[in-house]
Design a binder for this molecule. Structure first.
Ligand code: CS2
Length: 475
């Protein structure tokens, strides 16, 4: 390995110790977890939990990137080691995480198949983004999406490597089946309601469309674990890299910065075993839905609302947007609507402690030392709003109330979709086309891309139309 260490003038700073396993006396655990979606969040969350388990020495992670190899290349140069910066209001603390033992370009599908088909591999964890599951507004796998269709064609012809994360996973599962390596768990760590079921639908949908015997094997041998994951992890900046060098005395090209708070709730079976993540505070439950909804509605819902309202009002980060009373009021109103419906889902006996959760969120969002950019959260809104706004809107309306605060999140997204310089969304083209229409027809067309049932409701179309333009800079 060679980490080029340079001071501010670009000169090699040889006195700095290198970030590698020899210097950090960290032995490599064997690969037993394969991860798809090597990014900052995986490293601050699942990799950290794995490194904290009392049996961490038995559990190494081989992590694959998504579209680009960069994160794997940077991490491979450091033997997979990286610094976790826990950034509190009161200051930073630094630790080196050693659970990732192999960092691989996601395009290396052969290596993925090799590792997934190894008998020692007990699970595949996923952070591939909400949009990557390619579920349509009806919740089913969209086999007409161009990348899904092209992966299916490649799989059928056996003539090339799949390019979507789920296509790659299905390819690798076929290799495990062929190797007779036995059952394993797929652990979805993306912010989706019922994320284990979503992952199951996506994997089973692809497998079924490719090879019915594989689909039957998946059904018998793959356990899909649902999880609710939480740790605010903004993108790493050059300033973060410099802060690690200044505080730790070594150059780390891939540190990750996160808030001190972290949470992981899991539900499901691990037929080939798992690390003792509970040693690091992970919680295993039978019924995950109340926890998922609490997190998706209160944390992620508020995030999306702030992302659109905040940017329309000229803010850049979560902390800035929350300091704006108009944005804060919108969040509080949305939380009131969400809370009224969370009580119902908690009937299973879970004490969700909503007031304390809300108070903690205000503190977490106000941590001004975490520069969590609204632009990062604003991405892929058509998929995110299905989980964050629509269920609350529908639950409110089912109770005979308007759901105006949830509708305001959707209205802010529609305003943002027309105003933003960069609008990153799997349906960006369709949204742009719908935005060419006028008045309520425009609102109906954009809404239909999020949820056809909501778009078919005239009263909701009216409600959302009347809320357009609520957030204007300086108003
Ligand atoms: C955010 C999440 O980007 C987003 O959509 O809402 O990444 C959020 O920061 C995490 O879920 C926090 O656990």
């Amino acid at each position: 390995m060679s980490i080029e260490q340079a001071d501010a003038t670009g000169k090699a700073a040889e006195s700095l110790p290198q970030l590698n396993r020899t210097v950090h006396a960290s032995a490599k655990p064997p690969v037993r977890i394969v991860h798809l979606g090597l990014g900052a969040f995986h490293r601050s969350h699942q990799a950290w939990y794995t490194s904290q388990a009392s049996d961490a020495a038995d559990w190494g992670i081989a992590a694959f990137t998504g579209r680009r190899p960069d994160a794997a290349l940077a991490l491979a140069e450091q033997d997979g080691l990286f610094t976790l910066v826990e950034r509190a209001d009161s200051g930073d603390s630094f630790s080196v995480v050693g659970s990732i033992v192999e960092a691989v370009d996601g395009a290396d599908v052969q290596r993925l198949a090799e590792l997934v088909s190894a008998p020692a591999t007990a699970m595949v964890t996923l952070t591939v983004t909400e949009a990557a599951y390619r579920l349509g507004a009806d919740g089913q796998l969209d086999t007409t999406a161009s990348d899904v269709a092209s992966d299916l064609a490649l799989l059928a012809s056996g003539s090339g490597n799949p390019s979507t994360p789920l296509g790659r996973l299905v390819f690798a599962l076929a290799a495990r089946r062929a190797a007779g390596a036995g059952p394993l768990a797929v652990v979805c760590c993306d912010n989706l309601a019922n994320n284990g079921t979503v992952a199951r639908n996506a994997v089973a949908g692809l497998a079924q469309a490719w090879n019915a015997e594989l689909a039957a094997w998946v059904e018998e041998n793959v356990s899909f674990v649902s999880t609710s994951v939480d740790r605010i992890t903004p993108r790493t900046t050059e300033a973060d890299i410099a802060a690690v060098e200044a505080a730790c005395g070594y150059r780390d090209n891939s540190p990750v910065v996160a808030e001190p708070f972290t949470n992981w709730v899991l539900s499901g079976d691990f037929p080939a075993g798992r690390p003792r993540w509970e040693d690091a505070g992970a919680v295993f439950v039978d019924h995950i839905e109340p926890y998922e909804n609490r997190k998706l509605w209160l944390l992620n819902g508020a995030h999306s609302l702030l992302a659109y309202a905040g940017q329309l009002r000229g803010h850049t980060t979560v902390a800035q947007a929350l300091a704006d009373p108009q944005c804060l009021n919108a969040v509080e109103s949305f939380w009131d609507e969400a809370e009224a419906n969370l009580a119902g889902t908690a009937a299973g006996g879970a004490d969700l402690q909503i007031p304390a959760y809300r108070a903690a969120l205000l503190a977490r969002f106000s941590n001004a030392r975490i520069a969590h950019h609204l632009a990062q959260i604003a991405m892929d809104g058509s998929t995110k709003l299905r989980m964050r706004a629509v269920p609350v809107l529908q639950a409110e309306r089912a109770q005979g109330r308007s759901g105006a605060a949830a509708a305001l999140m959707i209205a802010a997204w529609i305003d943002f979709s027309a105003a933003a310089d960069t609008f990153h969304d799997p349906l960006a083209t369709e949204v742009a086309a719908a935005n060419q229409l006028e008045g309520t027809e425009r609102v109906r067309a954009v809404l239909a891309l999020v949820d056809p049932a909501v778009a078919a409701d005239d009263a909701v179309v009216e409600l959302v139309s009347g809320l357009l333009g609520t957030f204007a800079a300086g108003s």
